[in-house]
Design a protein around this ligand. Structure first.
Ligand code: HEC
Length: 171
């Protein structure tokens, strides 16, 4: 009898434990959806003047195109890393080659950028893109001419150009 009571209590405690764990899991899930925030994060946000809306212009393009565009963006980031590595190693020919081939302005890039511009109706999308790609050509020319300082300046300007578009547009 005593043993039966003990196991009944054990089962009750155990299921309460599972219910609690599920509750916790649920809360965690909610947090992941951005509905709840850890207090430290709230504190951080308060210091920055509270939660703010994302006021950038949304690019109205279908989800699969967003996925493709973000993939291209990560590729751009890789390219910037490759150029930086080459410049750091003073391999100016490599820096020039990567900048020209992977990031230079050409008809294909122009087609890609203007397609997004047409789809979204955002008149300056292509010029933001062109600014980045033309800066890559400038970087390539400087590196090819053996001028690492000038190539590095172009790289800094190129990244500023990347971010000019990120400041204006979002998905
Ligand atoms: C003409 C506009 C434009 C230019 C120029 C541009 N980007 Fe982007 N980039 C975007 C948009 C739009 C997004 C999506 C932002 C969002 O998710 O809200 C994005 C997102 C990204 C992301 C995040 C990708 C992800 O997986 O979420 C990276 C990294 C990135 N860009 C790198 C770059 C780099 C590096 C350059 C320059 C070499 C660059 N971008 C130039 C428009 C641009």
């Amino acid at each position: 009898m005593k043993r039966a009571l003990i196991s009944a209590v054990a089962v009750t405690l155990l299921s309460a434990g599972i219910a609690f764990a599920e509750e916790k899991g649920h809360e965690h899930g909610k947090m992941m959806e951005g509905q709840q925030m850890p207090p430290e994060m709230m504190e951080m946000m308060k210091k920055q003047g509270g939660p703010k809306p994302d006021n950038r212009t949304e690019l109205k393009i279908p989800a699969p195109i967003k996925v493709m565009q973000k993939g291209m963006m990560r590729q751009h980031m890789d390219t910037v890393a490759e150029i930086t590595t080459a410049l750091a190693a003073n391999d100016l020919n490599k820096a020039a080659e990567v900048a020209k081939i992977k990031l230079g302005w050409n008809q294909e890039e122009e087609k890609r950028c203007s397609m997004v511009e047409k789809m979204t109706g955002e008149a300056d999308f292509t010029s933001f893109g062109k600014a980045v790609h033309q800066k890559a050509d400038e970087l390539a020319d400087a590196a090819k001419a053996g001028n690492r300082d000038k190539a590095l300046t172009a790289l800094a300007e190129l990244m500023t150009n990347c971010n000019a578009c990120h400041k204006k547009f979002r998905h």
